[in-house]
Design a protein around this ligand. Structure first.
Ligand SMILES: [Mn+2]
Length: 299
């Protein structure tokens, strides 16, 4: 057997043993390579596989917590959820049914997209299992159109579909928006709060974020295009003047310290062949976010 080359398992972080089994893991990663309603650059369907592959090279030791945290909480990676041929609404239902099963089992659920419409399925499952929750969204786009390209389940309408569930919507880094969305934001100031990119760059947003989520359940969704494209260029609709690594993590830390994060997803990575920085940075981000969530859960 020693003649055979050793290969790290093709799961999130490349974990082996008890901590990678379903029963032995508190965190479950669900890859959703779904891409049907994208408007511009293609490739989000390759996102989950690229993130998982890159994650095997992410250092498990996290200096911030002074331990190899993944071994403490355990991470099980599920097989990828197959795209539903009947269209976006059927896909949302399929994601909802799958997510509900793992939330009901008490797992911290992590979705890897895929296009942003997958978050609608997660949100419905969270609503089914946990009831009221707040959406915290990091994104270049507010995704608040009532429909886009004729579909209410488009990735460009995902936040609106989640608002339909009664969830307050808190958004950070928005810098591409249409008039319909601006009108909606102005009409719903109590339930929709948007910090545009220049407001995040100016600072001062964390105190209000904290006040709006304290004691509540949160669904955290990170569209990688929320980052500046100089950090993560591999996404379908990159926008300039995005958030930095530190700005995103400050928002994540504030969310984790002041609320209970019940699910998290990371979407819209569209890998550029031969340019692996984006998937590695995304993999590191996902591990970092999980560490903050699980640190708070076990504190
Ligand atoms: Mn976006």
């Amino acid at each position: 057997m020693s003649h055979y080359e050793y290969a790290t398992p093709e799961n999130f972080l490349g974990l082996e043993g008890e901590c990678a089994t379903y029963d032995g893991a508190q965190v479950v990663v669900l890859p959703i390579p779904y891409e049907a309603t994208v408007s511009f650059g293609q490739g989000a369907r390759s996102g989950p596989r690229a993130i998982i592959h890159a994650s095997r090279q992410v250092e498990l030791y996290d200096r911030e917590f002074d331990c190899e945290m993944a071994y403490d909480y355990g991470v099980h990676t599920l097989p990828a959820l197959a795209p539903h041929a009947a269209g976006p609404e059927a896909m949302v239902d399929a994601i909802r049914a799958c997510a509900r099963e793992h939330l009901a089992a008490g797992k911290m659920l992590v979705g890897l997209g895929g296009e942003h419409s997958i978050s609608s399925g997660f949100a419905r499952a969270i609503h089914d299992i946990h009831g009221d929750f707040v959406l915290v969204q990091i994104d270049a786009h507010s995704d608040l159109r009532d429909s886009y390209d004729g579909s209410p389940y488009s990735h460009a309408s995902v936040a609106r579909r989640i608002a339909d569930l009664g969830a307050p919507i808190l958004q950070f880094g928005i810098r591409s928006i249409c008039l319909e969305e601006m009108d909606y934001i102005r009409a719903t100031p109590d339930t929709t709060r948007v910090w545009f990119n220049e407001e995040v760059h100016a600072g001062g947003h964390l105190a209000e974020l904290s006040a709006r989520i304290t004691g509540k359940k949160v669904f955290l969704t990170i569209d990688v295009d929320g980052f500046d494209p100089s950090i993560i260029p591999a996404t379908g609709t990159p926008e300039p003047h995005g958030l930095t690594w530190v700005q995103v993590l400050d928002i994540v830390k504030t969310v984790c310290r002041n609320s209970t994060v019940v699910a998290f997803d990371c979407v819209e990575l569209a890998p550029i062949p031969g340019m692996h920085a984006s998937e590695f940075i995304t993999a590191k981000l996902v591990y970092k976010v999980i560490n903050h969530i699980m640190h708070q859960r076990t504190a």
